[in-house]
Design a protein around this ligand. Structure first.
Ligand code: NAD
Length: 283
């Protein structure tokens, strides 16, 4: 039987509607969530991501602004700007679009953002809070993945989740979130030997590799839940994920497509984090 396709675009639209209501209630109480996005340089992909974030904020009533800085901006100048934003009471969420120009150390910038305003969830304090299972800003893509699983009441507890990919923004945190939900988690990566022996045992398979057609139907278990995080531009210019979707959907129980899968959920979770930042974290 063909898998149920979890449409991230539709789910994101539903979530944004609910958030719009929440934002309007906050505004009535005099609190307008505000997101400031900092863009350094003129990378076209980064520009388009940043504009997408501004558009999505507007849809939910969250106010936002984009601070555009030239590529020549020094690390000290960027850190000074972050310090100013940290102290601005009207700004609840700060996001510095990555990647940064090579002369700026990304980790220094991530660590300079006030953890209470770190809506990307990349600050080590927030990563630590996530590991401890405390209230925090969850990194947006992993948060989106968990939200997709929960939207279909997919059982996580006690199931074997296999993650392919161990990046700091996707692989590592999504494994931690699944562990927090009581899954048994296996991480695979570029040095894993015998990848298929792991993927074939996955009840939940998260694929975040960044290579088109890295995973085929023969790599997955019958009725597995398959979440495809990859975004790859193929020769004809279209976008595709890491999983051979057409084949895999005949074997999986649930599957996410690319596009209209995890991608639209990522921005939506950023908005959720911005609302959370406006309300403040619980201890
Ligand atoms: P990354 O390049 O930092 O990490 C890729 C991971 O894949 C690495 O940990 C590496 O060890 C592993 N890997 C590479 N080749 C492998 C192989 N042959 N077998 C097993 N593992 C292998 O990438 P990332 O930032 O985690 O992103 C992964 C993909 O997800 C990319 O396509 C990216 O564009 C996409 N992405 C999508 C979203 C979204 O919102 N949908 C967000 C972030 C990233």
């Amino acid at each position: 039987m063909s898998a149920e396709v979890i449409n991230g675009k539709e789910l994101a639209a539903e979530l944004k509607l609910a958030m719009k209501e929440e934002v309007s209630e906050l505004k009535e109480k005099g609190l307008t969530p505000h997101l400031t996005v900092v863009l350094v340089g003129d990378d076209p992909a980064s520009k388009s991501y940043v504009n997408g974030k501004k558009k999505a904020s507007k849809e939910t009533g969250i106010s936002s602004d984009i601070i555009e800085l030239p590529t020549s901006t020094t690390e000290t100048e960027l850190l000074q700007l972050i310090d100013k934003l940290n102290h601005d009471q009207a700004i609840h969420g700060i996001l510095v679009q990555l990647p940064l120009p090579e002369h700026i150390k990304e980790q220094s910038v991530i660590e300079a953002i006030d953890p209470q305003k770190d809506v990307d969830g990349f600050h080590p304090i927030n990563i630590g809070r996530m590991m401890a299972g405390k209230d925090t800003f969850l990194p947006c893509t992993p948060f989106g993945i968990i939200t997709m699983l929960k939207s279909r009441d997919i059982q996580i507890e006690g199931r074997h989740a296999v993650i392919i990919g161990r990046s700091n923004i996707v692989g590592k945190p999504v494994g931690q979130l699944l562990l927090n939900e009581n899954a048994t988690v296996t991480y695979c990566h570029s040095r894993t030997k015998g990848l298929q022996s792991f993927t074939k045992n996955a009840d939940i398979l998260i694929v975040a590799v960044g290579k088109a057609n890295a995973i085929h139907a023969e790599d997955i278990k019958e009725d597995a839940v398959v979440i495809d995080v990859g975004i790859n531009r193929v020769e004809d210019g279209t976008l595709t994920g890491d999983v051979d979707f057409e084949q895999a959907k005949e074997k999986a129980s649930y599957i996410t497509p690319v596009p209209r899968g995890v991608g639209p959920m990522t921005i939506t979770m950023l908005l959720k984090n911005t609302i959370k930042a406006a309300k403040g974290l619980e201890n």
